[in-house]
Design a protein around this ligand. Structure first.
Ligand code: NAG
Ligand code: NAG
Ligand code: NAG
Ligand code: NAG
Length: 403
């Protein structure tokens, strides 16, 4: 059988009937080995084993933009911010009539195929998911294009010179012309490594086919954060979706129709993912590192060095400069320090304690108690303990990469 995954995805997009074929093909055998005869992969050159394919596996509001930046700033890395956004946007409306498990399978199959293509710098493949469909390989609809340094630089964008090191995401989108995917593809090929950040794959087990793909050299960085912090951050950020949680916080009474799955999904996914990762299955050997957001916030430079050691890459000056510029204490009120100061970001990592009520925390601790324990996040036993910031609830715990 030939490598017809591209066709499979396009057909899946085109018709519900054919989706079932797609589902079978995508799940029965996640991908076929193309013993030398795989014309779909001209870009996987003999040197591909030397290329590192970095995957940041995270969830929303877990600090993944920060980790993404630590990779994005490296001059040898081509970085994309959440390319799976487009898959979800395109597939979800078409899948709504199927069962949840079926949808999940189609999503995951499509996601793995897209990730595989992107690691090979095939950015045209992404075009099938972008709406409106790009014409002449040009689009201004790539999600968070400005978060990708290589897409805001020459030769992809002429608006900024080599001296503009810290191009603001909004400025990039404003000043660069529509994205020429051909140039983006070339920029990707020119970089030694490719890093992708995703928040739309529930757990590491879902990526096994990708991790085991012999054409890839995947290194997973699983980013976790205290679920209580994630909840608090989501309540602030996704105001509509988490409206009932805000009502709970404001009134002290839990709304009867509160969607508890918004919390349980985070904890269940963390638990299964982290349990898999830390049980060291052979297929993850050398390919898995668990990072707690709080450790990174407390000690960004040291932790980033550990991450680069694990990746087997030298950390370059750009990365170090970026950490200094974005995490060091600064009293300039005008400074745009999105990620707070070193001291502040360490405190920030626990600022949810001042924002959530004790009964919300207590509830979270009950639902998530296993994963809190596993990751070294201490449960608080009273409102006083919750609000007493002189005692951290993040326990010292070392997670060494699985080498
Ligand atoms: C592989 O890398 C070597 C050394 O960097 C280079 O000379 C060669 O052209 C590369 N081969 C391919 C197919 O890219
Ligand atoms: C795409 O390119 C063709 C040939 O250069 C041109 O005729 C056409 O107008 C272009 N389409 C758009 C939407 O720019
Ligand atoms: C995109 O860039 C390529 C490579 O430089 C060029 O050949 C092509 O004409 C560009 N496309 C558009 C629509 O400008
Ligand atoms: C906070 O905890 C510390 C250490 O247990 C304790 O000494 C201090 O009195 C507490 N502060 C408040 C306001 O309860």
């Amino acid at each position: 059988m030939q490598c017809s995954w591209k066709a499979v995805i396009l057909l899946a997009l085109a018709s519900i009937a054919i989706q079932y074929t797609a589902i079978r093909t995508l799940t029965s055998k996640p991908f076929q080995l193309c013993n030398g005869g795989c014309d779909d992969y001209p870009y996987f050159s003999l040197n591909s084993s030397r290329k590192t394919h970095i995957l940041v596996l995270a969830t929303t509001r877990s600090g993944s933009s920060f980790v993404g930046q630590l990779l994005n700033q490296h001059q040898d890395v081509f970085y994309l911010f959440e390319p799976l956004y487009h898959v979800q946007n395109t597939l979800i409306p078409r899948l709504s009539h199927n069962s949840k498990t079926m949808n999940r399978r189609v999503m995951l199959g499509a996601s793995r195929d897209l990730l595989r293509s992107l690691y090979g710098c095939d950015l045209y493949f992404l075009e099938s998911y972008i709406k409106p469909t790009p014409t002449n390989h040009t689009t201004d609809k790539l999600f968070r294009r400005g978060a990708s340094r290589a897409l805001c630089q020459q030769p992809v964008c002429d608006a900024f010179g080599p001296s503009d090191v810290n191009v603001d995401e909004g400025d990039c989108v404003k000043k660069c012309a529509a994205l020429n995917m051909t140039l983006a593809t070339e920029a990707c090929h020119e970089k030694r490594h490719v890093a992708l950040k995703i928040v739309r794959v529930p757990e590491i087990g879902d990526l096994r086919a990708l991790v085991e793909d012999p054409r890839l050299n995947i290194k997973v960085i699983q980013l976790v954060r205290d679920p209580r912090g994630i909840l608090s951050s989501r309540i602030e950020t996704f105001r509509d979706t988490y409206r009932l949680w805000r009502i709970w916080r404001a009134t002290g009474r839990r709304p009867y129709n509160l969607d508890l799955s918004q919390l349980t999904i985070v904890c269940d996914d963390f638990l299964s993912s982290v349990s898999t990762g830390l049980s060291h299955p052979y297929w993850l050997k050398g390919k898995y590192m668990l990072v707690r957001y709080e450790d990174l916030a407390k000690n960004p430079l040291l932790k980033t060095k550990e991450i680069y050691d694990y990746l087997g890459l030298p950390m370059d000056k750009n990365v170090e400069d970026w950490i200094h510029a974005n995490t060091r204490g600064s009293n300039e009120p005008s400074a745009k320090h999105k990620f707070g100061t070193v001291r502040d970001s360490a405190a920030n990592a626990e600022s949810w304690r001042l924002k959530l009520s004790y009964d919300m925390v207590e509830h979270t601790q009950m639902v998530c108690h296993k994963v809190l324990q596993q990751l070294g996040y201490k449960a608080v036993k009273s409102a006083e303990e919750l609000k007493n910031m002189s005692i951290s609830v993040v326990q010292d715990k070392t997670f060494v990469p699985f080498l």
